[in-house]
Design a protein around this ligand. Structure first.
Ligand code: GLC
Length: 800
């Protein structure tokens, strides 16, 4: 690995003066007299793309990250040719390009704040060994600037003062300081003077980010090849930055089936069939809700993908059907390595059709994985992806598997020093042939994409469900993800919390950790605390390596089972709330988890907080991360919050102690929120849900809440068959009004809302439902006020 440090480098080259300028609709070209061209594309008023070449023309413009559905279009574009600079102005940004140095400065168009400024700016070093350039960018880092993003980095949320590498890597039992690990998401958000912007360096080569580490006032990024090609997003709100990035690299192509938001149980491995059944029936016997059961590599015949070990699973179709009848969806693992075995049909076909990756000089890329020596499909070839998608026909359509788990797709190779393919391996890269240096970071993404298309086709009219370990920016369009092989330690609970939040602010929200830890075995207390955190992670799965004992909710003592059940039940009650947050994510890229800085960037107290986060729009959660705790100190963001357990209202903007014995954890609800809840089910769809509970948290003032519902699977919602209910709560000293605005043509199964009012400061003497006085009989006073109303009410008015 070449480590480039900015200062030490003698081989750096720099652009010279601008000598010419050309405009082509939304593209602007700045030509220098040493063959450097800067191309700026105005993607939107707040999104600019910067692309540099050093050889007088650009490579074919191709990216796996950018979605064709990205929004484009701007309201204003003006270019001024000044004596020493060009000025490009949109309705949001003013971008100045120095004629002397090609350096760029970007300002807020409205108030002139300098948002981002090149230090040296673009520079490069020729790569003698590989050809092309090592491309570099350096920017000024402001005093007090903070940085966030970069996917799955297991370190402090605020990246300031650190240097990171992007190179997807199989990282068994990684630690807090391991870098890189499984994902490569070269996107960060910078925040200073209360304003946030983002940078997405869309370059798939190994890349590096230095956040004021080498030099206090400089943030830089560079890559081992390819182009300097980055997108700049302006907020000023951090949520807008994350949403713009997610819009560009893609929101999930559809909602997940609701069951995928339930609880999943996994282990390496549950087999034979009787073991699988023993696990699933124990869930039902103990009444612990669970929706998915996983088959790890041992279900296969000698780890050959798309085969079954018939001794352990004599009739997979029957088994999967029986599990389904009991509410369990079976998810199976599929790895990229195809066993070299001339009697194995997938291998034979791949060979005949020439679908496997080759070395530079023509030999096949051979590497050891679970099955022994393997060849690996080149997922960067469209026809290989089609073939791969087609391989799922039997598993999905015939056997009835509901989801697929893609693993080892970094791609991981065993017993070699760099744990992956050598650099010289060739890839098609969708018609842009290249070496593994360029394709490595997107290999796993393209595998997950091919898998997704298989599931999408063979599960139709149901929705696909895929999980991947490796990912590059944009992978969130196709699949969910988990954070890889973590460890059963308290530190890893901290890491899991960081990673889920960081993934959310990196556009990849459908993420979770191996609950309880993959390697080693947790004590019951750690497992309990991890489940408590896990109920707030969009992907909610227990997984373990299996060699250290059992990790089911009943594998510890009975108290653990009871507490774990209680928390999983809370998750199941919150499903309509999480589903609504997911819809917001799919619809406008809104992160489902919001670190405090994302929630309230103006409060500088939030910039270095790591533990607390907002789940959806209105729930604040903070895990207990230490053994023997009876509670913890935590920061409550500004505003007033109801303690979820006691309804006590506390004012935020301060740090405070919160009690949380082992059967509890700090959870707060924002005042004014309306939280929709399901009754407890053992799995999604177990019960016909005729009533949804709305927990209404009184506030003096106004607050909006939403409830999205549809068929919980299928694509009808894309044709308008969804129901979106917008609730506005207005509270005054002696009255509370809830207004409902409805959208969409889906007729929900539920008929009524059971409304529970928390924290009402007055006794109710009169209630009007859509302007008609209704009887007070319904109101039961057992601590909270409760009333059942028709789901289609427009206005509900409580008066003193
Ligand atoms: C890898 C995965 C892990 C899986 C194991 C066996 O270590 O990360 O989740 O259980 O392989 O397939």
């Amino acid at each position: 690995m070449i480590v480039n440090t900015e200062l030490e480098n003698k081989g750096n080259q720099f652009p010279s003066k601008i000598i010419d300028f050309k405009k082509d609709v939304d593209r602007l070209y700045f030509y220098t007299n040493n063959d450097v061209i800067l191309q700026i594309t105005v993607v939107r008023d707040s999104v600019l793309r910067f692309r540099y070449t050093t050889v007088g023309n650009f490579d074919n413009d191709f990216s796996y990250a950018i979605t064709k559905y990205a929004s484009t279009g701007y309201n204003k574009l003006e270019i001024d040719d000044k004596k020493d600079k060009y000025i490009v102005t949109t309705s949001k940004l003013r971008c100045e390009i120095s004629k002397e140095s090609l350096r760029v400065s970007i300002f807020d168009a409205k108030d002139n704040t300098l948002i981002n400024q090149d230090e040296i700016g673009f520079h490069w070093e020729e790569s003698y060994q590989f050809g092309g350039n090592i491309v570099k960018m350096s920017k000024v880092s402001n005093d007090g600037e903070s940085y966030y993003g970069l996917g799955d980095k297991p370190n402090h949320l605020n990246l300031k003062g650190k240097r990171y590498t992007n190179w997807v890597t199989d990282s068994y039992a990684y630690g807090k300081d391991t870098d890189p690990i499984y994902k490569s998401i070269p996107f960060y958000t910078g925040l200073h003077h209360g304003k946030a912007y983002g940078v997405f360096f869309d370059n798939t080569f190994q890349s590096f980010f230095d956040f004021a580490n080498e030099r206090r006032n400089v943030t830089s990024f560079w890559a081992q090849g390819g182009e300097m090609n980055y997108y700049f997003f302006y907020g000023p709100k951090m949520t807008d930055v994350v949403e713009s990035y997610t819009d560009l690299t893609g929101k999930p192509h559809q909602l997940p089936p609701m069951w995928a938001l339930g609880f999943h149980q996994c282990k390496w491995s549950y087999y034979p069939e009787s073991k699988v059944k023993e696990i699933t029936s124990t869930f039902r016997k103990l009444q612990i809700p669970c929706d998915a059961i996983y088959l790890d590599i041992d279900y296969m015949d000698g780890f050959r993908c798309f085969t079954w070990n018939k001794e352990h699973f004599p009739d997979p179709k029957r088994m999967v059907k029986e599990l389904e009848d009991d509410g369990f969806k079976t998810v199976a693992i599929i790895d990229p390595g195809i066993k070299i075995d001339k009697h194995y049909s997938v291998f034979k076909e791949g060979l005949e059709k020439d679908y496997f990756c080759k070395r530079a000089d023509g030999a096949y890329m051979k590497g050891k994985v679970w099955p022994g020596e393997c060849y690996f499909p080149d997922f960067t070839r469209p026809e290989v992806r089609d073939w791969w998608s087609g391989l799922f026909k039997e598993l999905i359509e015939d056997v009835g598997i509901k989801g697929v788990w893609n693993d080892m797709n970094e791609p991981a190779v065993m017993e070699v020093p760099n744990k992956t393919f050598p650099d010289d391996v060739r890839h098609d890269y969708d018609g842009n042939p290249c070496s593994h240096r360029k394709a490595h970071n997107i290999y796993g993404m393209q595998m997950a994409r091919a898998t997704y298309h298989g599931l999408k086709k063979f599960r139709y009219p149901k929705r696909p469900f895929v999980i991947t370990r490796a990912a590059y920016s944009g992978t969130q369009r196709y699949t969910s993800t988990w954070t890889g092989d973590n460890v059963a330690t308290w530190e890893h609970l901290w890491i899991a919390n960081i990673q889920a939040q960081r993934m959310a602010m990196s556009g990849f929200g459908f993420a979770g950790s191996d609950i309880g830890g993959f390697a080693e075995q947790p004590q019951g207390e750690l497992f309990t605390r991890w489940i408590q955190l896990g109920i707030f992670h969009p992907f909610f799965r227990v997984h373990s390596s299996g060699d250290h004992g059992d990790q089911e909710p009943w594998a510890f003592d009975e108290d653990v089972t009871d507490i774990v059940r209680k928390f999983i039940e809370i998750r199941y009650q919150l499903l309509p709330y999480l589903y609504t947050a997911f819809w917001n994510y799919v619809d406008h890229g809104t992160p489902m988890l919001k670190s405090l800085v994302l929630y309230d960037q103006e409060d500088v107290q939030t910039h270095y907080r790591t533990d607390e986060f907002i789940f959806g729009e209105h729930i604040l959660a903070c895990p207990i991360l230490e053994p023997n705790a009876k509670g913890r100190r935590m920061y409550l963001p500004r505003g007033s919050w109801y303690n979820y357990w006691t309804d006590e209202v506390v004012k935020g903007g301060k740090e405070m102690w919160v009690d949380a014995d082992i059967d509890s954890m700090p959870i707060f609800v924002k005042e004014g929120a309306i939280i929709p809840k399901y009754p407890i089910q053992q799995y999604v769809g177990e019960k016909k849900i005729t009533e949804i509970t709305l927990d209404v948290y009184y506030k003096e003032g106004k607050e909006n809440s939403e409830l999205f519902s549809d068929a919980n699977d299928g694509y009808d919602y894309t044709k308008g068959r969804y129901s979106l209910r917008n609730f506005t709560l207005t509270g005054r000293k002696d009255e509370l009004i809830i207004n409902q605005f409805k959208e969409g043509k889906y007729i929900t199964e539920y008929e009524t809302f059971k409304i529970n009012i928390h924290g009402l400061p007055f006794d109710i003497n009169e209630i009007e439902l859509d302007n008609q006085t209704i009887s007070l009989e319904q109101i039961k006073v057992n601590g909270t006020h409760s009333i059942v109303v028709d789901k289609n009410f427009s206005e509900l008015h409580f008066m003193a």
